[in-house]
Ligand binder design. Sequence first.
Ligand code: ADP
Length: 306
Amino acid sequence: MDAITIKDLRKSYSGTVALKGVDISIREGEFFGLLGPNGAGKTTTINILTGLVRKDAGETKVFGSDTVTDFRFTRRQVGISAQEFTQDWFFPLDKLLLFQAGYYGIKSADAIDRVEALLDRLGLKEKRNARIRQLSGGMKRRFQIAKALVHDPKILILDEPTAGVDVELRHELWRFFSELHNEGKTILLTTHYIEEAEMLCDKVAIIDSGKVVTEGSPKELIGKDATSGITIFLSESFQGLESILHDYMYTDDDKRIHFSTKDPEGDMPKIIRILSESGAHIQRIETDKSSLEDVFLNLTGKGINK
Ligand code: ADP
């Protein structure tokens, strides 16, 4: 069964069309990335899924149950680390987590254990008595995640979880998300960091102007929609390239041959063999690996961070 099913989801905010019929299915245990530039509709999708925003039309289900009519069931399955920081300024962190556990009806003995474990796991133990305003940006992020996990949901939604955090903490969070994924959690991550989606996600949907424009594993998307470059520099110019390289897309300029390929790993050894068997002297090889960024550019005609 799918952990999350979204069908033909539509939403406008007084004249602004935010979602134009979004379809997404996320399998149980999948690490799914929703990738798109600002304003693409990521947060709106998530907010509808978690009941914060009302949809105009379409369907959102969690483990087969409708998130509107079966809200009591579906909200327990989902923990969300939202983009906006929580406004609970007055209580210490451990109390806030206990309140959150109470909100989900977790018995207090269990809640205490859960909160202790999360404070420990997220490196917040020493800050347990701190108020949110006293935390660094990175600690606030970690607190958001602890809060999302307090009722041990099967699905974790992370809305831009590493926006504005430094590289070190970003890598630390990535390790933590991977651990949660390995433990079996289904994770829906929104991000506009391509690298993040490429590193972490089994599957990615690229969303632009309220529509999913493509989806697949990062590898599939890169293979399907982007080409990589291989440039071979020869030590001497070579006559008769056309007769040996007719199966490949290339351009040449005296001692430099540039190939475009959708399968660089497969093509590179073949090209090298053909050239050396024909007596060409290869001096140097350069490759430019394509990425989801290229896929995004090809599909939408714009950079993702614009
Ligand atoms: P993303 O999370 O991908 O940045 P959003 O879902 O926040 O995208 O926004 C999608 C579109 O809906 C944008 O054009 C945004 O300006 C608009 N929008 C989002 N929330 C509101 C709101 N509360 N009122 C009016 N317009 C909104």
